[in-house]
Write a protein that binds this ligand. Structure first.
Ligand SMILES: Cc1ncc(COP(=O)(O)O)c(C=O)c1O
Ligand SMILES: N[C@@H](CCCC[NH3+])C(=O)O
Length: 386
């Protein structure tokens, strides 16, 4: 079990997100050193956690930003990310959002359709600018992850399909306000099987060869994010194996001289540094099971309800206690899917015990909602508790 400062936690109103900044800094240091070995460029995907204090540490570590909305672009700029280090993906960018990217001359619009190319070109022309564009390509590679977070299959809405390439090139010839700078791929999230990334590399190589056969050699290849974390063994594996991850791309991606390789990592950067800390409100004995009813719910962490995801649950008040019980750990929200785990083995648990739901640093706070008119859970940082 992680070292939580129980005495300090007891004084804080629950539920709250707790961020271990030392772990985040250590993770960032490893990402930077392992990617630098291969001269790879890493952008942090703000969608995973757009908390200012987290972003500040990410920026200090020298990562760029990967954004998926106009507001994320504005946030990245506001927090001091260089605009030439900001990528902007998204299957449905509005005109307003495209104009934000144009105003800041961002590194690249990762363009997801032929139709979007035409709109970017028109809007750039109106501003007398040239937009830097990477084509987001749907490579039809199976990410072998939950189907809700798979993005690179033909049936998914993301990216441009290979059968559209000829037409894209024709359209690009007419687009005088677009500079084609890259090819972009992102096949899904929480990918733990490195072989999947090998398949991606081989597919990218084929696609790049097609473009080269048409005399198009782009400045950069962006292979997206998606690297998964160990939700089960949080304390044993707090930092994903970035050395193996980047090495795989170095081994299998055919990079042409002068070409840059970019990544967009979200979850693997921030997931393990965050925990959702909650208090037990009631222990209720049901017909078949005991319920531990928490003051946190799907409004703070929707992943279990949305993807049936596993998050490790710990009773930090009773850590080390001998006797144990099984509980369905649930939230207070008026939905039966508001459940963090079924038949979870915990020490004998009582009202007011503090519960940590681990690996909540990614897609936790950012996906929270005010459903049932809930208050927003605050964020607490390790350095503030010293
Ligand atoms: C285009 C794009 N880039 C990067 C990411 C970050 O993914 P992850 O948090 O899995 O690294 C996502 C989310 O899946 C995405 O859609
Ligand atoms: N929100 C998802 C990941 C989606 C990533 C964005 N394309 C999760 O919690 O796992």
């Amino acid at each position: 079990m992680a070292q939580f400062d129980l005495q300090k936690f007891k004084e804080i109103e629950t539920p709250f997100f707790y961020y271990d900044e030392s772990l985040l800094k250590e993770t960032l240091k490893i990402i930077k050193s392992e990617s630098d070995k291969h001269q790879f460029h890493v952008h942090y995907a703000l969608k995973a956690n757009a908390n200012n204090r987290i972003l500040e540490l990410v920026k200090q570590a020298g990562l760029g930003a990967d954004c998926v909305s106009g507001n994320e672009v504005l946030k990245a700029v506001e927090l001091g990310f260089e605009s030439n280090n900001i990528a902007f993906a998204g299957v449905g960018k509005s005109d307003k959002e495209i104009n934000i990217g144009l105003d800041y001359d961002i590194f690249s619009f990762n363009c997801e359709s032929l139709q979007e190319l035409i709109v970017i070109n028109e809007l750039a022309e109106k501003r007398d600018k040239t937009a830097r564009v990477a084509l987001r390509i749907n490579p039809n590679v199976n990410a072998k992850t939950h189907h809700y977070i798979t993005t690179g299959l033909e049936e998914n809405k993301f990216g441009i399909n290979p059968w559209e390439f000829e037409e894209v090139l024709k359209v690009l010839e007419e687009c005088n306000h677009i500079k084609l700078v890259g090819l972009h791929f992102h096949i899904g999230s929480q990918i733990t099987d490195l072989d999947v990334f090998k398949s991606l590399c081989l597919r990218v190589n084929e696609i790049q060869e097609w473009f080269i056969s048409k005399q198009i050699l782009v400045e950069h290849i962006n292979v997206g994010g998606g690297f998964g974390i160990d939700y089960e063994n949080v304390d044993e594996n707090p930092i994903a194996d970035f050395a193996a991850f980047f090495q795989l791309f170095a081994d299998f991606l055919e990079v042409k001289p002068s070409q840059q390789v970019h990544f967009e990592l979200g979850r693997a950067v921030v997931a393990q540094c965050g925990s959702l800390i909650s208090r037990v409100l009631y222990i209720k004995n049901g017909q078949k099971t005991n319920f531990a009813i928490l003051d946190a719910g799907m409004t703070e962490l929707i992943r279990p309800a949305l993807y049936q995801s596993y998050h490790k649950i710990e009773n930090i008040t009773q850590a080390g206690a001998q006797s144990s019980e099984k509980y369905d750990v649930v939230g207070p929200i008026c939905e039966s899917s508001d459940c963090f785990g079924k038949a979870v083995v915990l020490p004998l648990t009582k009202r007011n015990d503090l519960i940590a739901i681990r690996s909540a640093g990614a897609y936790g706070e950012v996906m929270s909602s005010a459903y049932n008119l809930r208050d927003k859970a605050i964020a607490v940082y390790s350095s503030d508790l010293k």
